[in-house]
Write a protein that binds this ligand. Structure first.
Ligand SMILES: Cc1ncc(COP(=O)(O)O)c(C=O)c1O
Length: 357
């Protein structure tokens, strides 16, 4: 039996969704389920969230089609929009919202003006400089959309670059840019807020919020834990101890011999590695839970195994290990590995068995 398993908690997902509603009670919710729902499994996440959200967000058409194939009926927003006539026709036929962020997408809509009614999210680059029309281009883009009879709803949207950094002035700057633009356009719904802004900036909730990471139970902030924010981990990565060894002082452990014991040490070998999506760059000292107690990882992460210093504790082969999730926040492991929980979640590989509870 494979030891590495991922348990996924429906009740935690729904609890976190309720937190979104409590934080932004006046806003509609577009739940981000792109990248396989941040690695959690998009079809199931979407089916459980659908009764509680107003729309779902994916990056591109294939992700949206997978949800429609799974029977999801909720409107789906294509955050990168469509890139050809086929995708446009498919989006129209399958009730997808289109993000329009560049003039080629306006050209495409003008070339194919008729069809079922479309909701368009007009994306403005308010300062992140990734996707979107500049504020000055956005007025013309709006007018071009307005002139299209099949475009029945326009939502003005933008994305914050640094809402997670509470000391950054970038979010104020982007908000000012969007307020100035909105003042030049007819009244219409707006959407700016990601998880960090949902949790920290009620003034930018507007008509639509777009939660991602908070739904999955992680904190978007480096200085506030998920528990501080009353978020529950949806994903827990489990495995087992497959061997226990006692080594003498002065023995090097693992590839590259990067860690050496200072004293006689008991090592537990846990069946998880970068082949499962555990980050190879997690350094010695990264916490691992074995039988509910924290111990430090020591030595390099291998493809299928890690080594953990369990001091002289009576850890046995077969004992239960948690790599992150319940009892050990993914944010903490991510910080040790120099990454973010988003990446840990997205990198779990296909050989890890998934169990929804
Ligand atoms: C356009 C857009 N909106 C919202 C989100 C959700 O962000 P978060 O997961 O930080 O809540 C993302 C995620 O990358 C995004 O790209």
């Amino acid at each position: 039996m494979r030891d590495a398993t991922l348990t996924l908690s429906r009740s935690a997902l729904l609890h976190n969704m309720a937190r979104v509603r409590a934080c932004a009670p006046q806003s509609r919710v577009l739940a981000m389920v792109k990248a396989d729902a941040y690695g959690h499994g998009a079809s199931l996440v979407a089916s459980w969230l659908s009764p509680h959200v107003d729309a779902l967000g994916v990056a591109f058409m294939e992700e949206a089609l997978a949800l429609r194939d799974a029977g999801i009926k909720t409107p789906i927003a294509l955050m990168e929009g469509v890139f050809n006539a086929y995708e446009l026709a498919t989006a129209r036929a399958l009730d997808m919202y289109l993000v329009v962020h560049q003039s080629q997408q306006l050209d495409l809509l003008e070339k194919h003006p008729s069809g079922p009614p479309l909701t368009v999210w007009l994306k403005v680059d308010s300062g992140m400089h990734r996707l979107g029309f500049s504020p000055s281009e956005a007025v013309l883009a709006y007018q071009r959309l307005e002139a299209l009879p099949s475009v029945v709803r326009i939502v003005l949207c933008s994305h914050f670059a640094a809402a997670d950094v509470t000391t950054s002035l970038q979010t104020e700057h982007q908000t000012t840019v969007m307020n100035a633009l909105a003042a030049r356009l007819p009244a219409m719904p707006r959407s700016l807020a990601n998880s960090a802004a949902i949790l920290g900036r009620p003034e930018v909730h507007h008509q639509w919020v777009r939660p991602g990471i908070m739904l999955y139970g992680s904190s978007p902030f480096a200085d506030r834990t998920a528990a501080d924010l009353d978020l529950e981990p949806v994903m827990t990565l489990h495995s087992r101890v497959i061997a226990v060894r006692d080594i003498s002082a002065g023995e090097a452990v693992g590839y590259g011999a990067t860690w050496t014991s200072r004293q006689p040490t008991r090592l537990a070998v846990v069946a998880i590695g970068y082949g499962d999506g555990y980050p190879r760059h997690a350094p010695s000292g990264t916490p691992v839970l074995i039988n509910g107690r924290r111990y430090p990882l020591v030595g390099r992460v291998s493809m299928d195994m890690i080594t953990v210093d369990v001091s002289d504790e009576p850890v046995q082969p077969g004992d239960h290990a948690v790599l992150w999730g319940e009892g050990l926040p993914a944010d903490e492991v991510a910080a040790h590995a120099g990454t973010i929980s988003y990446e840990l979640f997205c990198r779990i590989t296909g050989r890890v068995e998934r169990i929804w509870r």
